[in-house]
Design a protein around this ligand. Structure first.
Ligand code: ATP
Length: 441
């Protein structure tokens, strides 16, 4: 994990947020290469689950929503994690994580039971101090909307993108008239005041989600649920995550969110352990019924043919971009060779690689080579966009640099190019080199 974190920083993928001021825990900034990777991933999500299908629509809702949204959804009352404080230095910790770190299975345990275990096992804080009383801590960030700062102006930064979908369900039905089943997707920021952010971007306080709410007739939910699990596995595999490293966890009754009748967490074997990459939940009609009750607006869907009315049920696949980026990087990262030949290579699928090509002249002090290489660069740049230029150091060093950031092909212009119009194309994974005519690149 340390190697990947260091590569991300060194090569401009991901930096600690506000680092120049000492950082801000749980925040991360994307550098140029990380942003390209993120865009490629999110574009891939749209391509696979929205553009490539007839039953899917996307929205982009506001991050700050009417606080009634979070009252109706249950977030104000229950979106909380167990917190416990070090009684000496007053650092706050996630109680369930402390117990897990001590080898205790916390699944299904109440706050009182966890507190009792702290006493029973004589558990101390990570700094070796006694722990205080446990309590639940709400993870929503609050702010005030408008010039008055009192209870009436409180609003929250959304802790999930899902509610921006539910609140637009009726708008989509009334403007697009989709047939059931249909889905609405949203990609965007979510904010959670995590008690202890950790494991690189895995647990951040500000992150991106790619969520889908798939509205269906309740009689069809089981078959559709299975289809979503299969579709997501296929997508994850296409992003380079080995199937043997992803695992379906059937979340037991006592651990499922109160609205869910079935949840599968897809976990991934990260270097820091097997952890939740994403979740697929059958949320029933919980959200639409809550909105109907709280807003007084009718959430029924009227079947175009039979005119039958129903409040649709929902299947929700939800994945965080950062957790996916981390899984993609861990799957792609490899160290190969020995001594002089040692290389670090990111074997990213071509569509995820920040740059598709690197173009360089064999020697940077030969104007005729540089001029020809520029021509090739412009040609590829026009065609593919994601092309980089590198004329620093010797060719071997350039290859190593491009391997490290996952560039699939390096194109080198040499003296032969001037004679016969062919260039060397070197493959990232096999390191094989072939001669290709510029016109055929
Ligand atoms: P966890 O149990 O790990 O806190 P969760 O079950 O609360 O996660 P969900 O509410 O199901 O997570 O959120 C959907 C997805 O959003 C998660 O599967 C994950 O990919 C992503 N996600 C949730 N919290 C974070 C976070 N703090 N940082 C980065 N991604 C997150």
């Amino acid at each position: 994990m340390e190697d990947i974190v260091s590569l991300c920083k060194r090569r401009g993928f991901i930096f600690p947020g506000s680092e120049v001021y000492g950082g801000l825990a749980g925040t991360w900034d994307y550098g140029p290469l990380g942003l390209l990777l993120k865009r490629n991933l999110e574009n891939g999500f749209y391509k696979t689950f929205v553009d490539g299908r007839e039953d899917m629509y996307a929205v982009d809702a506001s991050i700050i929503m009417n606080p009634k949204v979070w009252e109706a959804s249950g977030h104000v009352a229950t979106f909380a994690d167990p917190l416990i404080e070090d009684t000496v230095n007053h650092k706050r910790h996630r109680l369930d994580h402390l117990l897990e770190d001590a080898g205790i299975d916390v699944k299904g345990l109440t706050l009182a039971k966890m507190q009792a275990l702290v006493k029973e096992k004589g558990l101390k804080s990570p700094d070796g101090n006694p722990l205080g009383e446990a309590r639940m801590f709400n993870m929503m960030f609050s702010t005030h909307v408008g010039p008055v700062t009192d209870d009436s102006s409180v609003a929250y930064l959304r802790p999930e993108t899902a509610q921006g979908i539910f609140t637009n369900y009726k708008n989509i039905v009334d403007t697009i008239y989709p047939d059931l089943p249909f889905g609405i997707a949203q990609v965007g920021k979510a904010f959670r005041n995590e008690i202890s952010p950790r494991d690189f971007v895995f647990r951040s306080r500000e992150f991106n989600q790619m969520e889908i709410e798939y509205f269906c007739d309740p009689k069809d939910w089981e078959i559709l649920f299975e289809a979503w699990v299969a579709d997501y596995h296929a997508w994850l595999e296409s992003l380079g995550l080995p199937r043997e490293k992803t695992h379906d966890l059937e979340v037991p009754d006592e651990d499922r969110a109160h609205y869910s009748k079935r949840t599968i967490d897809i976990e991934f074997d990260y270097p820091v352990g097997r952890k939740e990459l994403m979740g697929i939940a059958y949320r029933t009609d919980f959200d639409l019924m809550n909105i109907q009750k709280a807003s007084g607006r009718n959430m029924e869907y009227i079947d175009k043919h039979s005119k039958a009315k129903l409040v649709p049920h929902v299947i929700e696949p939800s994945i965080g971009t950062e957790r996916l980026i981390m899984a993609v990087l861990c799957s792609a990262y490899a160290e190969e060779g020995e001594g002089e030949d040692k290389r670090v290579v990111l074997k990213l699928p071509e569509e995820l690689a920040p740059y598709k090509f690197c173009v360089s002249p064999l020697l940077k002090n030969k104007p005729e080579l540089v001029e020809k290489a520029r021509e090739v660069f412009n040609l590829l740049k026009q065609k593919y966009g994601f092309v980089t230029w590198d004329d620093n150091g010797n060719i071997g060093k350039r290859y190593r640099r491009q391997d490290e950031i996952g560039t699939p092909k390096c194109v080198v212009v040499d003296f032969e190019t001037l004679e016969d119009g062919t260039v060397t194309v070197r493959d990232r994974d096999t390191m094989e080199q072939v001669r290709v005519e510029v016109a055929n690149l």
